[in-house]
Design a protein around this ligand. Structure first.
Ligand code: MG
Length: 162
């Protein structure tokens, strides 16, 4: 039996905006602002989808789910994640683990980390021990420090046996 592994990396940024929900890893967080985007702007899930697509050199989220396509207006990014994993290219692969870092000055994400891990683990059919979600500030610097937006970075490992 031969085994193969692939690593994928993804990152994304979204701008904060008034009158939007803040949704991260499919979890709605209480905050005075949300993230601006064509979809629900779940920056965490977008980084994860890019990591998954990157692992198999399939392109990026903008290629799969163009923001010019009205079908994806207000889209639930968790649905896009499930749709991505259902793509035939992933049929021979299993997600081994995910490591995701969210970078934002506000809100404080620590109280929601467990919910976010559980939400992603459900979509990925993984135990939560294989899904890491970490949060950092940007020490007050740059666009994150100015509370203009937030950033997410994700790494995934895929394994296949043939
Ligand atoms: Mg995005």
């Amino acid at each position: 039996m031969n085994s193969d592994i692939r690593i994928g990396y993804g990152c994304d940024v979204h701008r904060f905006a008034e009158g939007r929900d803040l949704i991260l890893c499919g979890v709605k967080l209480p905050y005075e602002k949300g993230l601006l985007g064509h979809s629900d702007a779940d920056v965490a899930v977008h980084a994860l989808i890019d990591a998954l697509l990157g692992a198999l050199a399939l392109g990026d989220i903008g290629h799969f789910y163009p923001d010019t396509d009205p079908r994806y207006s207000g889209a639930d990014s968790m649905e896009l994640l499930r749709k991505t994993l259902a793509h035939e290219a992933f049929s021979a692969w299993s997600v081994s683990n995910v490591d995701l870092t969210l970078i934002t000055q506000k809100p404080k994400l620590a109280p929601y980390i467990a919910d976010m891990r559980e939400s992603l683990a459900g979509a990925l059919s993984l135990e939560t021990g294989r899904v890491s979600v970490k949060a950092k500030t940007n020490e007050g610097m740059g666009f994150v420090g100015r509370l203009e937006g937030m950033e997410a970075r994700a790494v995934v490992l895929l394994t296949a046996e043939s």
